[in-house]
Design a protein around this ligand. Structure first.
Ligand SMILES: Nc1ncnc2c1ncn2[C@@H]1O[C@H](COP(=O)(O)OP(=O)(O)OP(=O)(O)O)[C@@H](O)[C@H]1O
Length: 214
């Protein structure tokens, strides 16, 4: 088996005097889609935010390609696409302007792919409309278009299918499977029943927490 891309070693997190997880250990490998499960409030979002470098409320180690993330923060961020709960788009900008803004942060992105990406998420004809005039699902689709542009190997996606209709979910599931087939890695949470179940490995925070690393 290939070396792990990401390793979580004895992770501990407490919020408001409540331990969310303790001794959390798992690894994620290239080509994997890993679904983080657990009941509401078990800490799925918290975990994904920690792994994305957005929260420091933890103890323990996170390794990226065998080295502590803390020692390679910038390099790690360049390898990561994070998709959080918020729509992640600027309301005043159009769909196309949002993607141009996103592309400006990553010189590896091909600007020629912006129009095809918007087409792929079903926003053909909506490219020039400010996002505050789009629906909730359309705003999520603008954000999801980043998946078609990103060259990052690690995608961390928190509830990526919220407010997306059935057809949109199917297209996005296919995209995740393609990313994994190319050797990319996906970590996601979702309360949706996934059609891509056979491609997914699951970890459950309620079960994993409290088990120390071997
Ligand atoms: N910024 C914060 N400050 C204090 N407590 C927080 C903060 N963010 C989350 N928590 C607490 O941490 C716990 C875990 O929240 P989290 O959002 O990670 O759960 P989750 O598993 O993603 O839940 P859900 O399935 O409902 O989305 C909750 O009890 C929440 O109240």
């Amino acid at each position: 088996m290939a070396d792990p891309l990401l390793q979580v070693v004895d992770l501990f997190c407490e919020r408001d005097d409540r331990v969310l997880f303790d001794g959390l250990c798992f690894s994620v490998f290239p080509g994997e889609i890993l679904q983080v499960e657990g009941q509401n409030g078990s800490g799925k979002t918290t975990l994904l935010r920690i792994l994305s470098g957005l929260s420091r409320h933890y103890e323990g180690q996170i390794l990226w390609r065998g080295e502590p993330v803390a020692r390679q923060v910038d390099a790690f961020r360049r390898q990561l696409l994070y998709f959080g709960h918020q729509p992640g788009v600027k309301a005043i900008l159009t769909a196309e302007e949002n993607l141009r803004w996103y592309a400006a942060l990553d010189p590896g992105i091909d600007l020629q792919q912006i129009t095809p990406a918007l087409d792929a998420v079903g926003l053909k004809g909506f490219e020039d409309i400010p996002c505050h005039m789009l629906s909730a699902g359309q705003n999520r689709r603008v954000n999801l278009a980043r998946l078609y542009l990103s060259r990052a190997p690690l995608w961390i996606l928190d509830e990526p299918f919220t407010a997306i209709d059935k057809k949109g979910v199917a297209a996005k599931e296919a995209l995740l499977v393609e990313h994994a087939a190319r050797g990319g890695t996906v970590m996601l949470t979702t309360h949706h029943e996934l059609d891509l179940s056979r491609h997914v490995r699951r970890i459950n925070l309620d079960e994993l927490s409290g088990t120390k690393c071997a």
